[in-house]
Ligand binder design. Structure first.
Ligand SMILES: NC(=O)c1ccc[n+]([C@@H]2O[C@H](COP(=O)([O-])OP(=O)(O)OC[C@H]3O[C@@H](n4cnc5c(N)ncnc54)[C@H](O)[C@@H]3O)[C@@H](O)[C@H]2O)c1
Length: 270
């Protein structure tokens, strides 16, 4: 097992900025890379705001917040991932875009680096085919918001080595998370269970069965869920939900994707 000393996070969006924050909070120097300068700026701001909330709550000292921020180096250049022990990719949920990015990372990074994708739905084995050492490629599926949620699903591809898996499980613990060794989609995986629920809730709205607020209320009052499935769908992002449902649909050939997932006028249900 390798002990990870530093990492690069590719993507400074909702997930990438959260992953960079928890890695830097665990003491790792982090290079956070995004193709968009605006996204990098927003990602750094999100991290500073999140740390400022912890300082206000009294759970983090101001000097520690400053040290965490300093450990994160934002960069627009993929080549800056070259020295990383671990590269965690959290870019758009698009297989072609991810594969092209992994090909570039494969050329830029050390041969002994571990490569992890935060994909919600794309096969780890298929992504691993884009790199020279698929045995060092693995899925690290974080949950949103990353600094709060305590689970990482560690997903092995067909060729992921036990050593890479052990390395990532050990790192997950250092990040303060439980590592659940999940299986490849479309088999056992949180989204296999969650997404059909969200999908049916969207169908219920689409077919005029109930308003989004009413569906969410049933789950909060009747099931003691902290939030209803439609609020959760907005929180995850309808585009992300749609991509996952399409992967599940191809894998299982039994769920339909309701047109409303793609056609909500402002990209939200409520
Ligand atoms: N949002 C969630 O709740 C959630 C939860 C778990 C996993 N995920 C997964 O995490 C990944 C990212 O999701 P997100 O919600 O953070 O998306 P996001 O849209 O907030 O962020 C994606 C970022 O990737 C950047 N990017 C896109 N292509 C790039 C490239 N080629 N090189 C460098 N940067 C690039 C974009 O500029 C953007 O800032 C997806 O694979 C998604 O399925 C999302």
């Amino acid at each position: 097992m390798q002990v990870i000393q530093n990492c690069a996070v590719i993507g400074a969006g909702t997930m990438g900025s959260g992953i960079a924050q928890v890695a830097a909070s665990a003491g790792l120097p982090v290079t956070m890379i995004d193709a968009s300068a605006d996204a990098l700026g927003r990602g750094m701001q999100r991290i500073q705001d999140s740390l400022a909330r912890l300082v206000k709550k009294g759970t983090l000292k101001p000097e520690d917040a400053e040290a965490i921020t300093k450990r994160i180096k934002p960069s627009p250049e993929l080549s800056e991932a070259g020295g990383a022990d671990l590269v965690i990719e959290a870019i758009f949920e698009d297989e072609a875009v991810k594969r092209a990015t992994w090909e570039k990372l494969n050329a830029a990074c050390r041969a002994d680096a571990i490569f992890a994708s935060n994909t919600s739905s794309i096969s780890i084995s298929r992504l691993a085919a884009a790199v020279a050492n698929p045995e060092r490629f693995i899925g690290m599926h974080f949950f949103n918001p990353v600094p709060v949620m305590k689970l990482i699903e560690v997903i092995r591809g067909n060729r992921t080595s036990p050593e890479a898996c052990a390395t990532v499980v050990e790192l997950s613990k250092r990040l303060g998370k439980n590592a659940d060794r999940g299986q490849r989609l479309p088999r056992l995986h949180l989204h296999r269970v969650l997404m059909p629920l969200i999908n049916e809730a969207i169908f219920a709205v689409y077919e005029g069965v109930a308003k989004p607020e009413a569906i969410d209320e049933i789950f909060k009052l009747g099931m003691a869920h902290p939030m209803g499935p439609l609020t959760l769908a907005d929180f995850i992002g309808l585009d992300v939900c749609l991509n996952i449902m399409e992967v599940l649909q191809r894998g299982f050939r039994r769920s339909q994707v309701p047109p409303l997932s793609a056609a909500a006028p402002d990209g939200r249900l409520r």
